[in-house]
Design a protein around this ligand. Structure first.
Ligand code: AMP
Length: 454
């Protein structure tokens, strides 16, 4: 018999909020984590986004607050959750508010990139739960506007991404300010050595919970890879999105300016789209996410960092316009679809320079991604492609790659035809142009989504 929320010792007001959200069965991470947190243990959780991990820590924390009410103290939260991005921080706070709608407590979220005064006023009221990104948190602490002295529970979410984004020093400074007596909960999608080491500095005799082995692809997602020339990527994207009549699509690019260009191109072609990345203002990001969430725009083009933690219902298609240079990011990206048991598709574009990245991803997820040949731009990978990308991969491993991890622009001419223009397919030399014309005359069909057809 499967476990129900009723069988987990959560009080009626919390159960009621869960019923209202039509949550009937705890997800595996919730089933494992909630009893430990209720008993006061530290927890080290390995779970991807989309597994329900926010409720796994939020529900027992709310239970603790409900059972142990205290007078509010200005500037001194009882619970602190730190998260790597503003979007994730906002979502976590929204989850606390939603699950705790029938209990007496207050939560606030703080993040950088916006004026601090409204946040300072909110903290002054003494919310029990504070969700924060590391930079703004430290900033307010250094001004004496926030204290962690009264902290009872500390949560670090998406710890691996926190380190990837260079927050390690901030995180260490925060840890140094935590009271010795506290409960700590630590969540990460992957558990490399650096994360295990960091967890060791925070947790005391933690209970370990894990719902999927690190870096395993969410199984429900139908995955495809389309091999094609770099110059054809934009046309294939346009074709796929034109056929994608329902649901929301999230497109990942490696570079911010490519995200902008694609969003503009799609919009011009009758598919309203927005781009989100680190160069966009907070207001622009929130506005784009809102339009996407409400379905006013059905395509969002994002870079990894901006998209981290996005939990938008109804994303049924993720497109990797550029493959991620870190294999783990592949899992995070495609995890944006098929949330909470819904159906999801992930299509990855693999151009002539990305064969090495694809192999790394496949090694990481321990499966070969089925190749979709059923589109107008299919191009079998050539042996020369492999050589070049392998060289680039080893160059990257030696530290020679660019910051974005994209292959360097300079190309070797070995095993190659005439040079192509390096842009996304607006122009091209005669060779590219003629191959594209030939492709146009072939069938233009949407990549098939059904495994058995592949
Ligand atoms: P998370 O991994 O916390 O980002 O959650 C992923 C999605 O699953 C969110 O949309 C949650 O609202 C939803 N969710 C979390 N727990 C449950 C549950 N027990 N039953 C149904 N949906 C859930």
């Amino acid at each position: 018999m499967s476990i129900t929320f009723e069988s987990l010792a959560l009080s009626e007001p919390i159960q009621r909020a869960l019923r209202e959200r039509e949550y009937t069965t705890p997800s595996p991470i919730q089933e494992q984590t909630i009893p430990y947190v209720l008993e006061g243990y530290d927890v080290m959780g390995c779970a991807q986004t989309g597994t329900g991990k926010t409720a796994a820590f939020a529900l027992p924390i709310l239970e603790h607050l409900d059972k142990n009410p205290r007078k509010r103290t200005p500037k001194s939260p009882r619970v602190l959750v730190i998260a790597p991005t503003r979007e994730l921080a906002i979502q976590i706070e929204e989850s606390f508010s939603a699950y705790g709608t029938h209990i007496r407590f207050q939560s606030e979220v703080i993040f950088g990139g916006v004026g601090q005064n409204p946040q300072v006023r909110a903290i002054q009221k003494g919310p029990e739960v504070l969700v924060a990104t590391p930079g703004r948190l430290l900033d307010l602490m250094s001004q004496g506007l926030l204290s962690l002295k009264a902290l009872e529970v500390f949560v670090i979410d998406e710890a691996d991404r926190m380190l990837d984004m260079g927050f390690i020093h901030d995180v260490r400074k925060i840890i140094a300010e935590l009271p010795a007596k506290r409960q700590s909960l630590f969540f990460s999608a992957t558990m490399p050595d650096s994360i295990i080491e960091l967890a060791g500095t925070i947790l005391t005799e933690p209970k370990h919970v894990e719902v999927t082995p690190p870096a395993t692809t969410v199984e429900k997602i139908d995955q495809r890879v389309c091999h094609l020339a770099k110059a054809d990527k934009r046309d294939l994207l346009t074709d796929i999105l034109r056929d994608h009549n329902e649901g929301l699509a999230l497109v990942f690019t490696g570079m911010k300016h490519v995200a902008n260009r694609i969003a503009e191109h799609l919009t011009k072609n009758g598919m309203p789209a927005a781009a989100i990345h680190g160069n966009k203002s907070q207001t622009a990001r929130v506005r784009a996410l809102e339009s996407f969430r409400k379905g006013k725009i059905r395509v969002l083009v994002a870079t990894d960092i901006a998209a981290r933690g996005i939990d938008v219902k109804g994303i049924d298609l993720v497109i990797n316009y550029d493959l991620p240079n870190e294999p783990d990011s592949y899992v995070h990206r495609i995890g944006r679809t098929a949330r909470a048991g819904t159906e999801g598709h992930a299509i990855s574009f693999c151009d002539e320079l990305s064969q090495g990245l694809l192999r790394q991803i496949e090694k990481n997820i321990r499966m070969e991604i089925p190749v979709d040949r059923d589109h107008a731009y299919h191009r079998d990978p050539r042996p020369g492609d492999k050589d070049e990308s392998q060289q680039q991969q080893s160059r990257r491993e030696r530290g020679g790659g660019g910051r974005s991890g994209k292959p360097p622009r300079k190309r070797s001419n070995r095993n190659r035809g005439p040079r192509r223009e390096k842009n996304d397919g607006n122009s091209g030399d005669r060779n590219t142009e003629s191959s594209r014309n030939a492709n146009r005359n072939r069938r233009r069909r949407r990549p098939r989504r059904n495994n058995s057809n592949g």
